[in-house]
Design a protein around this ligand. Sequence first.
Ligand SMILES: Nc1ncnc2c1ncn2[C@@H]1O[C@H](COP(=O)(O)OP(=O)(O)OP(=O)(O)O)[C@@H](O)[C@H]1O
Ligand SMILES: NC(=O)c1ccc[n+]([C@@H]2O[C@H](COP(=O)(O)O)[C@@H](O)[C@H]2O)c1
Length: 314
Amino acid sequence: MTDDDRSGLAGTSPEKDIPFDKPTYEGYSFPTIRLRQTLVDPTKIPLCLVACGSFSPITHLHLRIFEMASDFCKLDTEFEIMGGYLSAVSDAYKKQGLAPAKHRIHMCQVACEQTSSWLQVDTWEALSPEYLPTAKVLDHFDYQLNTVCGGAKIVDAAGNEVGRKPYRIVLLAGSDLIMTMSEPGLWAPEDLNHILGKYGAFIVERAGTDIDAALAHLQKWRDNIYVIRQLIQNDVSSTKIRNFLKQGMSVLYLIPASVINYIVENGLYTDDYNAQQKLAAGSNGVSGKLLTNGKPEDSKGRSGGNDADSGVEA
Ligand SMILES: Nc1ncnc2c1ncn2[C@@H]1O[C@H](COP(=O)(O)OP(=O)(O)OP(=O)(O)O)[C@@H](O)[C@H]1O
Ligand SMILES: NC(=O)c1ccc[n+]([C@@H]2O[C@H](COP(=O)(O)O)[C@@H](O)[C@H]2O)c1
């Protein structure tokens, strides 16, 4: 694997080499149980939101950004929300603080089941043996929703199908993620063009990020970028949760109770657990994504890849 592979820049032409009809692991099936397949208002665009991230662990804000997006769509947009998907990065992402994919998937699943009637988890990305750039992940959703499912149905008053409309797939992200799109070496230019040009993004404001600065470099795609203001600021992050847990502090009301139970049952994010993870990774204790210069760095561009921004002394 080259450094480019590890930085997420590998295989950047999404059309080229994605085995969409061949799932990366046995037994995979795309979840549609909570997908709405028929438009209520046939004049609208059927929208599916996809949030990509580590989710280590999932927090209430990861769930809440979908609700903010839903309220935003109801305002005065051409969209009708049909589904919301969480897609976690695979273990190949090698970011500090990443619990194994099977645990992150499970936490996302119990969180959706406990707190939501419309969110669901797709495991295709998380269980991939290799890191999948976001452009490929969105192409996977496009394939599943529009080629396999055939788009959203339009029915007449009697309930008979009279047509179909392709689902519009949009990346749902916090402004910190969009900020990283201006960082050299993290996103391939052709991927940005694919993500923001073909799909578009709903960007939720996040404390600590200057949203105007984040968007300054993305003006070319501004018609496809929708900014959602966070009217009640809440900057809970997975990093802060991990640090609270490490210190034995309560995380009740910050993440779903079902997720807390799962973390406790599996002993995740304790010092012992973290030490075991480091041993298993066979590393010298420094983990984190490798940039093209081979140096470890976490996804926010901080070198060293530690959890130092938690606001809590470790
Ligand atoms: N408090 C928040 N406000 C707005 N967006 C958020 C918030 N927390 C997470 N997000 C968004 O959710 C997506 C997935 O987040 P991610 O898994 O990276 O969580 P995180 O809390 O930022 O993680 P970490 O602390 O490990 O970096 C990203 O687009 C991120 O911007
Ligand atoms: N080149 C790319 O496609 C690229 C680069 C950086 C981050 N990402 C994605 O952004 C998300 C970042 O998550 P974290 O903030 O938890 O690191 C992940 O889903 C990751 O795959 C994608």
